[in-house]
Design a protein around this ligand. Structure first.
Ligand SMILES: [Zn+2]
Length: 417
């Protein structure tokens, strides 16, 4: 039987409030971009607490992931890993990523305080740059750990000042030339878990404290360019126009309708450029950026085909159109044994829960490729996230940590049999 951990509300509150102070003073809300001074301060703070309050062996790996390790009774067993991220988006919130790293830290502290040793080694990880970094890349740390990041990519990615991600990593004390040392092989992690704020309205609306995440939706990005003909707004009769914007506007509406035909599919046209963008010139060109997400591969493929059909229709009206799409993030279905473990823990603790997929990508998207993984969601007030209003109640965070600790202890005994 596993001993319940005495989770400290006080410590969790202190850590979240302290990390909130490490923010760019020139930006709204909470801004802690990877590679910034504020980010380094946050990493130093958590590293300090890992060592001082849980006696973890702390290191920063070659790509810049913060790792705190607690040896297991059987060091030959693969580790159990709890992770998330300490960076934020620009003008973001106080809880995204942070809640998950602090959850891991708190579990390690309780194990230390209560003198509990797990059979497996336990690693608490703060992954580098889960959010889009100034170098245009996201999930850098988790991609590197799972062997999905090439040295060439690091050299090619640059920030606005022209500095490469490779150079920035070197300056930050990393060693990108030794990227292979970061890679964990399948089988080297017994199980990976991540607690995260939901970033959506489901739990808050239904007043349910815990989400057991069934999987993570695949993300497809697309770019559509429509080429018509720029001409004089006063002298070109309506019947003789090749207006790229009117075609683009109807396409946006059509895409929205396509998304609504599927269960749990979301499609967003979040980027739109008009050329030349003057009120007295007929728009000759528009470019739009799309984001498509679903857990169902067949639905995704059929929605992409439906968009293709609409764009083909525009072509017949004498306008040029290109539609390019690419996979931005893999689809993940967490193993049933993992979600069932979390469900059993919730039932035992008498905590209401709901099983549903995540629409947002996470470090777990990559870790799940090499280890049986799972995620626990806690409610986001009003479903708001990536904004200064992002809020999760301390009592919900504590409940999430309780469930996560139950999962880790249960897996520790079950996976070592
Ligand atoms: Zn996050």
């Amino acid at each position: 039987m596993s001993v319940p951990l005495q989770i400290s509300r006080k410590r969790i509150k202190r850590d979240i409030e302290t990390l909130a102070v490490f923010t760019d003073p020139n930006e709204q809300g909470f801004t802690r971009l990877s590679f910034s001074k504020e980010y380094r301060d946050a990493v130093d703070y958590v590293a300090g607490k890992m060592a001082a309050e849980a006696e973890l062996e702390v290191r920063i790996d070659e790509i810049g992931n913060l790792i705190g390790r607690k040896p297991g009774i059987n060091e030959n067993l693969p580790c159990l890993m709890i992770g998330s991220h300490l960076d934020t988006v620009k003008a973001g919130g106080k809880y995204d990523g942070i809640a998950g790293v602090i959850a891991g830290l708190e579990i390690a502290r309780c194990l230390y305080d209560q003198k509990i040793c797990l059979k497996h080694p336990l690693e608490i990880v703060g992954f580098l740059a889960e959010e889009p970094s100034p170098f245009g890349k996201s999930t850098i740390g988790s991609r590197a750990m799972t062997g999905k990041l090439e040295l060439e990519t690091l050299k090619k990615a640059t920030n606005q000042q022209g500095k490469s991600l490779y150079q920035a990593l070197k300056e930050a004390g990393g060693n990108p030339d030794k990227l292979e040392k970061v890679i964990r092989k399948p089988g080297s992690i017994a199980s990976y878990w991540e607690l995260h704020i939901e970033q959506g309205p489901v739990l808050d609306q239904q007043k349910i404290p815990i989400g057991v995440v069934s999987g993570i939706a695949a993300i497809v990005r697309a770019e559509i360019t429509i080429v018509g003909e720029s001409n004089h707004a006063g002298t070109t009769p309506m019947a003789q126009r090749k207006d790229a914007l009117t075609a683009g506007a109807s396409l946006v509406t059509a895409i929205d309708s396509i998304a609504r035909e599927y269960d749990r599919m979301v499609i967003t046209v979040g980027e739109f450029e008009i050329d030349p963008n003057f009120s007295n010139i007929i728009p000759g060109k528009v470019k739009m950026g799309l984001d498509l997400r679903s857990l169902d591969e067949d639905d995704l493929a059929s929605a992409i085909q439906a968009i293709q059909d609409v764009t083909d229709g525009i072509k017949t009206n004498g306008l040029g159109i290109t539609f390019n799409h690419w996979r931005s993030s893999p689809r993940v279905v967490f193993p049933r044994e993992m979600t069932i473990t979390a469900e059993k823990v919730c039932k035992k603790m008498n905590i209401p829960y709901l099983v549903f997929p995540s629409g947002a990508g996470h470090d777990a998207s990559y870790l799940s490729e090499i280890a049986p993984s799972g995620m626990i969601f806690i409610p986001s007030k009003g479903g708001l996230s990536h904004c200064p209003q992002e809020h999760s109640d301390l009592s919900d965070i504590v409940k999430g940590v309780e469930v996560l600790s139950g999962v880790i202890q249960k897996l520790d005994s079950e996976l070592s049999l």
